[in-house]
Design a protein around this ligand. Structure first.
Ligand code: PLP
Length: 357
């Protein structure tokens, strides 16, 4: 198999794919694939509730929160959040840390009043702007942050302590490290990085926030609709939820979230070391205090060398290292399912390439 450094959809654990393969034609003695089960059947119900229960256990989600399985990706959440939780008289505040937070801001601005409380845009999003105050924002509906910036390769190391409802897009680092769910009022994530294949979006929401949804929002876009029906209001993405349950089981067999977090740190250190020891040949995009353990972004001395780097890497089966089209350079996405060995192989390749070129 390829050493897969794609940013998303991205690598899945081999054990998960093998389990899915072994059950593909006959799931749990049903004589059917999971894909063929009615979403109202008991067999599917067990899959659905297992995924929810495992997520609750692994992320230690308190009973005062609901877990929803939605569709439309994180991008639909950009719109759904303000539609539900941004009343006319209030304002949604944003910390801008990259393209995805810009997109979240753009959608909220179509619905109501917004403001940017901190931003690192002027510095080309090289760091997380940790230094801001929220005490005097009396008109705030919520504060929105992006916990990991997939494109720029920065990640919040500590989250803001605030009295304002805190909403986080965790699409690219959910399940990569331990978090205190109680610091947040709403967490959302498209599944296609650490959680499973694309198609399902996980939302973790405080139950008392659910009570504040705007009644004028169309039924399908109202969080209450999905919470009241255990995310079975309409046909859910059953196969993606099944894959999510397998990924969550895999996290448990790997020793749980803390183990995963430690391994992710180790993996990231290997790649950042290859950058830091390159005497300026590879330049990191992110400042030290904001470096992402999920997406390592760097540039080479020229476009030609970058092209050559990507071609030679591909020959070594190191796939998906090109940077996002808006930033250029290179990006190694090293999500949970990317093995340590892949990072070692990449670091070795980086050292060899530098010596040669
Ligand atoms: N937010 C972040 C941080 C992302 O990395 C992405 C996709 O890469 C998105 C939002 C958009 O997610 P989706 O494609 O599920 O709408």
């Amino acid at each position: 198999r390829a050493y897969n450094f794609n940013a998303g959809p991205s690598a899945l654990p081999l054990a998960v794919l093998e389990k899915a393969q072994s059950e593909l034609l006959n799931f749990n003695g049903t004589g059917m694939s999971v894909m063929e089960l009615s979403h109202r059947s008991q067999a599917y119900d067990e899959v659905h509730n297992k995924a929810k229960q495992l997520l609750k256990e692994i992320l230690r989600v308190p009973d005062s929160y609901d877990i929803l399985f939605l569709q439309g990706g994180a991008s639909l959440q950009f719109a759904m959040i303000p539609m539900n939780f941004l009343p006319q008289e209030k304002k949604a505040y944003f910390v801008l840390t990259g393209s995805w937070s810009e997109k979240a801001l753009k959608e909220a601005s179509k619905i109501g009043k917004t403001d940017v409380i901190a931003s690192s845009k002027e510095a080309n999003y090289t760091h997380i702007p940790y230094d801001f105050q929220t005490e005097n924002l009396h008109d705030a509906a919520y504060l929105h942050i992006t916990s990991n910036n997939t494109i720029f390769g920065t990640q919040w190391k500590k989250f803001p302590k605030t009295n304002i409802p805190l909403i986080a897009d965790m699409s690219s680092d959910i399940l990569s490290r331990e978090i205190n769910v109680e610091q947040f009022d709403l967490i959302y994530a498209g599944a296609q990085k650490n959680l499973g294949p694309s198609g399902v979006t996980v939302v973790i929401i405080r139950k008392d926030l659910l009570e504040k949804t705007n009644n004028y929002v169309p039924t399908i876009l109202n969080y209450q609709t999905h919470a009241n029906k255990n995310s079975l209001y309409n046909t859910p993405p059953t196969f993606a939820i099944y894959m999510l349950s397998l990924v969550l089981e895999w996290v448990q067999t790997e020793g749980g979230l803390l183990k995963i977090e430690q391994r992710n740190k180790e993996k990231a250190e290997i790649v950042y070391r290859a950058i830091d020891e390159s005497e300026g040949f590879y330049k990191p995009h992110a400042h030290q205090d904001s470096r992402s353990n999920m997406n390592v972004t760097f540039t080479l001395p020229s476009k030609e060398l970058t092209q050559q780097f990507l071609e030679k890497a591909k020959e070594q089966n190191l796939i998906g290292l090109n940077g996002h089209r808006s930033v250029g350079g290179c990006r190694a996405s090293i999500y949970n399912a990317v093995p340590l060995e892949a990072c070692e192989k990449l670091a070795q390749f980086m050292a060899d390439f530098r010596k040669k070129y």
